[in-house]
Ligand binder design. Sequence first.
Ligand code: IDP
Ligand code: MG
Length: 169
Amino acid sequence: MARVWRGVVRTRAGLIRYNMRMEQTLILIKPDAIQKRLTGIILSRFEALGLEIAAAKVVRASEELLREHYANLKGTPFVDGVVKFMMGDYNNLPDHRIYAFVLRGENAVSRVRAALGATNPEKAEPWTLRGQFGCIKDGVMQNAVHASGTPQEAEREIALWFKPEEVLP
Ligand code: IDP
Ligand code: MG
């Protein structure tokens, strides 16, 4: 899916090489962020990066979908806690909704991850979304937002959460 533009621009400061990849990435606004009413703040950070929303929906995710989404965590001691958290168990939501988005733009995957900060909110830089809004409660990381880690991961995850016709070109 990723398209790459490479080139050279001549400026007064010299030649600048560029390597731009038009990428898509999956964003999930997690139950802790929904409970804290952070959706607008989170989306505004991504909007400021110049990314476009290619798909959006409210999802009541099944345990099956979440276990498939977090297949890389299978066998870890914390996977059950992560799935429970993603189903809203720790955030007193009336249902277990998640807000899902596909964002598109130049180098979208790495730029969105930089805006998120580290997985562990206590180690994330204080100006990142997870550093500002995440916490750890009862050993479960409540880190506000999911974003794909690589373009390959993004392709797999987008196909899990969206039908092809739901993602606008
Ligand atoms: P990521 O969300 O930064 O991509 P992953 O390693 O893919 O991090 O893990 C997925 C999610 O699983 C994390 O966002 C976090 O909620 C949870 N998680 C990851 N590592 C740990 C851990 O060591 N303890 C508890 N929860 C974890
Ligand atoms: Mg990950």
